[in-house]
Write a new protein. Structure first.
Length: 262
């Protein structure tokens, strides 16, 4: 079995070529908020089967995710694979739940946050709900971008607005793989970096705005969230799950068997 690797003190392993950190809600939240308090520009991805398979099909996208400062195991299948690789993980680090953990800690520490993504009504409801649940939360930036691609001038103005707001944590809800590409394009060292910790959380915006129902806890724990979401949004999601889930199961099993032989 390959030895786990370490990046900034966080241990990760490769799942079909994608680096996924063996981390917890507490460790991830503490790391993100520590980075934010130090004024560091970082970006964090939450990985599930969809993201891993997007990376399998597109090595360029896989490189984008592997360049992130932290990649959490958002999906239970990734947790199961990490356990088989020797990590004693009890739970996943799920984007919607992580959002509440980070928001709670940001409110406690007085860290200003921002939100990028979602339709205007979703974004408005999201911010209202989170501020109601966490009264000390300072939201200094919120923006609902158009669904079309931004021009270079629009994108530059967006980054300038984020930086001018003073947000130290930026929650990005543009969906996979768009949000990962956007964060990578504005990571530290790029031409127009976002001076904050960017956290790509996908559907968390819709869940916390009350626009989408989350799967029951028992389904989440058994890795059946995809089935619940398919029932809720069959037209949008059936092709994704049909394409990715069976291939992931076969390829992950093959990888684990190969490592065991080694």
């Amino acid at each position: 079995m390959p030895d786990p690797a370490e990046h900034d003190g966080l241990v990760f392993a490769s799942i079909l070529g994608m680096q996924v950190h063996a981390t917890t809600y507490a460790e991830t939240t503490r790391t993100i908020c520590d980075w934010a308090e130090r004024g560091e520009a970082r970006h964090v991805c939450v990985a599930n089967v969809h993201m891993v398979m997007e990376g399998w099909d597109d090595p360029g996208f896989r490189a984008i995710v592997n360049a992130a400062d932290l990649v959490t195991p958002d999906g239970m299948p990734l947790v199961w694979v990490l356990r088989r690789k020797g990590f004693a993980l009890k739970d996943r680090v799920y984007g919607p739940t992580l959002t509440r953990w980070v928001v709670a800690e940001a409110a406690r520490r007085g860290i200003p946050v921002g939100f990028l993504g979602g339709a205007p009504e979703v974004l408005g409801a999201l911010v209202r709900n989170l501020q109601a649940d966490f009264p000390g939360l300072s939201v200094v930036f919120q923006h609902s971008p158009p669904f079309r691609p931004l021009s270079s001038d629009e994108d530059r103005a967006l980054v300038q607005a984020v930086n001018a707001s003073g947000a130290r944590i930026l929650f990005v809800g543009l969906g996979c793989p768009k949000q990962e590409r956007w964060m990578a394009a504005h990571a530290a060292g790029t031409e127009h970096p976002v001076q904050a910790v960017m956290l790509g959380v996908g559907a968390a915006f819709d869940f916390h705005a009350g626009m989408l129902r989350q799967a029951p806890a028992w389904m989440q724990a058994r890795g059946l969230e995809w089935l619940f979401r398919l029932a809720v949004e069959p037209r949008r999601l059936w092709k994704r799950y049909l394409k990715h889930n069976p291939r992931f199961a076969v390829l992950a099993m093959r990888e684990l068997l190969s490592e065991r032989r080694q």
